[in-house]
Design a protein around this ligand. Sequence first.
Ligand SMILES: *Cc1c(COP(=O)(O)O)cnc(C)c1O
Length: 392
Amino acid sequence: MSKHKKFETDAIRTQLERSQQGEHSVPLFLTSSFVFEDAEDMRASFAEEKEGNVYSRFTNPNTSEFVEKICKMEGAEDGYAFATGMAAVFGTFAALLNSGDHILSARAVFGSTHGLFTKILPKWNIETTYFDVEDLDRFEELITPNTKVIYAESPTNPGLQVLDLERLGVLAKKHNLVLVIDNCFATPYLQKPIEFGADLVIHSATKLIDGQGRVLGGVTVGSSDLIREIYLFARNTGPSMSPFNAWTLSKSLETLAVRVDKHCDNAEKVADFLLEHEAVEEVRYPFLPSHPQYEIAKKQMTRGGNVIAFQVKNGLSGGKQFIDAVQLCSRSSNLGDTRTIVTQPALSTHSKLSEEDRLAVDITDGLIRISVGLEHPDDVIQDVKQALNSLL
Ligand SMILES: *Cc1c(COP(=O)(O)O)cnc(C)c1O
């Protein structure tokens, strides 16, 4: 692995391959396979005795470059790029776990990850127990002899709970468990879970890493021995990222730092505005002093991110009225886009959870998630204001 420079420089200057044309930008290697020099080269390539690309399901110059950048950003040894964030989540568990193993997961996880834990993994006799933020004090009681993995997102989607990564890292090390963190909401620019003891970090690159709502992608990075298992699983089962998406996402990383800083600037302004509005009952943003885990957020993140959750008055109907009233903001389920996006999780992303399960992760009926984009913040605030005024 080449020597690290500063975050922004690595994001722009990490380039593994060139064509013969002297191009300045990174070429797109849209090829399914690669040629061998001779029979011996073919044998050695398949035996993994030499480096090089064989087939784009295994590796491709564009996916390798994307992975190399994320590894540098996260401080990871190695990684593998998947077609989507969910392919990365599933591929990671499927590669590392055996029938009978047990996962301890923070309760507030992405909707499809919840589906994986409750509907898919049980088919192979892999069970999951959820823990709550408050459970960290009695965490060791939840560990069973077959527990293999601790899993958490932080900040969580959409309730924006913040998990203490350092404490989870200490617990994982003490009990010889693999700590896996979904770092999608923070990005490596704001938070580096490996510094706090994570063994693996997962991203849905679809969100802030692409940042422009164009392509899907996922990636898992971490220690080489675990990534080796994941690579062998993926190489044989085929959830790999396409070269085109890797090329797009590697380009996106060049602007991650400036985009995320601007996203945070704008989100801070929107959060301050929401705090003052009469139709808003509660505002949750990791870097607001009123956030229940504000001190932890300050310890492990450099800024608060671009997502805010807020509670409007009149519950479900108030939330619907707000969603119907926005004019500039998009009604969409994505996040981390240049465009500001609003969703009502109780009606959409988390509608498959029971009311009890929703409330356990702070998803009240009138909760609105806003992913603040890169439009001028005055225009975003103006739109949110007129939509909130319709509730008064
Ligand atoms: C979107 C998301 C995922 C899934 O990623 P896809 O690219 O949509 O498959 C996983 N975790 C979190 C926190 C997400 O927001």
